[in-house]
Write a protein that binds this ligand. Sequence first.
Ligand SMILES: Cc1cc2nc3c(=O)[nH]c(=O)nc-3n(C[C@H](O)[C@H](O)[C@H](O)COP(=O)(O)OP(=O)(O)OC[C@H]3O[C@@H](n4cnc5c(N)ncnc54)[C@H](O)[C@@H]3O)c2cc1C
Length: 435
Amino acid sequence: MVGAGPHGLAALKALLQNGIEADGFERESDVGGNWNFGADNSRVYESTHLISSKPFTQYPDFPMPDSYPDYPSHRQVKEYFRRYADHFGLRARIRFSSDVVDAVPVDDGRAWDVTARDRGTGVETTYRYAGLVVANGHNWSPKRPAYPGIEDFRGKVIHSADYKDADVLRGRRVLVVGAGNTGCDVAVEAAQNATHTWHSTRRGYYYNPKYLTGRPSDQVADGLLALRVPLAVRRVLFSASLRFAVGDLTSFGLKKPDHKFFETHPIVNQQLVYYVSHGDITPVDDVERFDADGAVFTDGSRADVDLVVLCTGYLVSVPFLQHEWLNWDDDHPQLFLQMFTPRFDNLVVTGLIQPDSGQWTLAHWQGVLAARVAEALRRHPSTARAFLSRAGAEAGRRYSAGAQYKDSTRHYYEVAHQDYLRALQDAIRELEAPA
Ligand SMILES: Cc1cc2nc3c(=O)[nH]c(=O)nc-3n(C[C@H](O)[C@H](O)[C@H](O)COP(=O)(O)OP(=O)(O)OC[C@H]3O[C@@H](n4cnc5c(N)ncnc54)[C@H](O)[C@@H]3O)c2cc1C
């Protein structure tokens, strides 16, 4: 198992609980992955709190402490993962500071040779395993659009991957590019610290509040899903509640969304509209090009800025595996249930999802499914193979609860959590009841 972030921990625990011998490899000296603030590949920043609320994010078999707020801080989240690892005795099974640099199939694909480099000594060691679980995360390798003229720009350009706290924004004229949750967070921090902030987005979005009727908004949304309220009705209800709570976003100078509710990954940010309405954030169009002093936008307007923060997202990267083994289609793997490749029965990916809710309930069930497959391959190989034989045909299947996601790299791994959870649980049942 490669990676001891939320997904790797859940997979390792599930394998061990099912009596499957397993080792974990983690390049950092501690667990937590993205939530291990300050680690090379961690992409949370000083002010990060959960975007999804506590009950909809935590592992189903390990609740967060009652003392935690609805939206815990990254420090509380990391502590939660440390406790999880201790509670399930996972630390002793993980080789820390151990960077997996290569993995190759051997013995006609029946085993994997995994080479790890000790980050302290630089020594590389190769280990042989019957199967490989990849949980190296997909929120760490920065996506940097190639803007014309950026090399002429005299200011500073950073990617949100390197954004750690508001110090870098202080006293500067800042352009924030991108309206994912990170882009909106950084725009708000810039509004509080910079001289002025411009926020460039490709399209208009729905900026959801963290609370609706006094409850975390994801819990309200989930209540409607549990009642099986149809997509069209949920759209009307959510649009109406936003209109009621905030009003028409275009009256604040924000763009009108060019899509329906649930067609893009939800943005949860209560403060962005506030700072736009106070004149501290100027919404602007997509960047067309840069020049020495700033950016020119697609509507012809411009902003002279000192700092550009590219919140343009991350691309999946699995540098220790050949692309074809993960069935890559251009720039991302195409996997059955977003986990299984048609190429190998004993290669599983966990964490290649971006749910419209918290992630670690799904991490738990992905771990359980990975363990069930490993167990079935051992005990009921024909059941396992029948299940995995669908990997090619179902590799492109989306779990969107009927929504048509906007075609962008941002939505490669988007899943409607209830839809995807149902698919995972059906698969687990199928493997539990061998023919
Ligand atoms: C700012 C921000 C806010 C977020 N907010 C939320 C939220 O509110 N709710 C939510 O559910 N999710 C949120 N997420 C998504 C978050 O990425 C996931 O919650 C979760 O961290 C993904 O877990 P993972 O285990 O797949 O990957 P990661 O957390 O990235 O962990 C991967 C691990 O693999 C290790 N690794 C990588 N390569 C190697 C290698 N070659 N050898 C050994 N080890 C390796 C890394 O060091 C890391 O520890 C947020 C993400 C960001 C960036």
